[in-house]
Design a protein around this ligand. Structure first.
Ligand SMILES: NC(=O)c1ccc[n+]([C@@H]2O[C@H](COP(=O)([O-])OP(=O)(O)OC[C@H]3O[C@@H](n4cnc5c(N)ncnc54)[C@H](O)[C@@H]3O)[C@@H](O)[C@H]2O)c1
Length: 343
């Protein structure tokens, strides 16, 4: 029997790619999203790619009653993947209460319902931001947390603690997945990052600049003590990331997880500088990019990349896509979106 998985935030960037991966790997999916930072066009793409029309609920997870309706309609939900959250670091500094209310109230509601309706597995979208301003890389799952650099990062730290405390004496098991820098798009060119709010991550900023939606882009800081002076990050293809969620669910469903709450880093395990990403984009696409070398941006960590050996050892997860795959799929997606008239 195909386990049924509720994907919150499922019309968003990582959620939509994960729904596709679940359907392709023996699971059924139900999706809930308020569409505060997405639209439903990915559901059409998922249908084109898999032939499956998944049940979709447009609802805010902070609305407990509306969210409970999903569980009433689908009492056989076996697992939850909880992506729904606001994620703009800068906005979270300006509007901390918006972030605490949205990201934490939604988490509390979905946890409450998961326990009441006997869900067995809970996967949480965490982030490498929980590590804060680290002094060395690679970081493994035991690297101590530093002070969160933003209210957004704090919601991930508190979210992890809420889940750990809540599940301690229950039958539900959870996995906290700490993503590094998700990027790229589905190789079909039908799905990718399509946020309502302007993207802040490097790869979509590069593709938007290359296509002319932005006049130019800035490399924030070129005097860091790194290979070329720019910041180092760990870019992981969204399809590799999506597949880790399916593996994490199976790890719990198959009874292989002993601990109540497991923690896994998901990155490629290798750091690339901002200037190296720009070089890769120009080399792979043949498009030259207009960019400015600017000052450091407050709150940016100099370098962070992952040790993901635990995910390899226990989940059997190994990223397959390279940085060239990331920039080429992101570029195809940007061109397709622009041709379709999307901003
Ligand atoms: N993309 C990244 O760089 C990154 C890195 C680390 C962690 N994460 C985390 O991964 C998750 C998914 O990120 P993404 O990049 O796909 O973002 P996204 O904005 O594309 O997707 C999040 C989705 O959640 C929805 N949502 C937000 N609040 C909601 C609510 N209260 N009720 C219902 N739906 C709501 C949004 O409409 C959106 O579709 C988030 O939790 C994010 O914090 C993302």
């Amino acid at each position: 029997m195909r386990p049924k998985v509720l994907v919150t935030g499922g019309t968003g960037y990582i959620g939509s790619h994960t729904i596709l991966d679940l359907l392709e790997n023996g699971c059924d999916a139900v999706c809930i999203d308020s569409c505060i930072n997405s639209d439903t066009s990915c559901l059409k793409a998922i249908k084109e790619l898999t032939g499956t029309e998944i049940p979709f609920y447009k609802a805010d997870l902070c609305d407990l009653k509306a969210t409970e309706q999903v569980f009433r309609d689908h009492p056989d939900i076996a697992g939850i993947i909880h992506f729904a959250a606001l994620k703009a670091v800068g906005e979270s500094v300006e509007k901390p209460l918006l972030y605490f209310r949205n990201n934490l109230e939604s988490l509390i509601n979905i946890l409450d319902l998961s326990l009441r309706y006997g869900v067995k597995a809970f996967i949480f979208s965490s982030s490498c931001t929980v590590y804060g301003d680290v002094t060395h890389s690679p970081v493994d799952e035991n690297t101590p947390w530093q002070e969160a650099a933003s209210p957004y990062g704090r919601t991930k730290q508190i979210g992890e603690q809420i889940i750990t405390d809540t599940l301690r004496h229950t039958d539900m098991k959870s996995i906290l997945l700490r993503y590094f820098n998700p990027a790229g798009a589905h190789p079909s060119g039908k799905m990718g990052e399509s946020p309502i709010n302007p993207p802040q991550n490097l790869v979509p900023v590069i593709t938007e600049t290359a296509i002319g939606k932005r006049k130019s882009m800035t490399v924030f800081g070129t005097d860091y003590p790194t290979r070329d002076g720019s910041c180092i990050r760990d870019y992981i293809h969204v399809c590799d990331l999506a597949h880790a969620h399916t593996l994490a669910l199976k790890y719990i469903f198959e009874g292989r997880q002993d601990e109540q709450t497991g923690i896994f880093n998901l990155g490629i395990g290798n750091g690339l500088t901002v200037l190296e990403i720009i070089e890769a984009f120009q080399r792979v696409t043949g498009v030259s990019l207009s960019y400015i070398l600017g000052d450091r941006r407050p709150g940016d960590v100099m370098a962070i990349y992952s040790d993901h050996t635990k995910a390899g050892r226990l989940l059997g997860w190994e990223p397959k896509m390279t940085i060239d795959d990331i920039v080429s799929t992101a570029w195809t997606w940007e061109k397709n979106r622009s041709a379709a008239g999307k901003s």
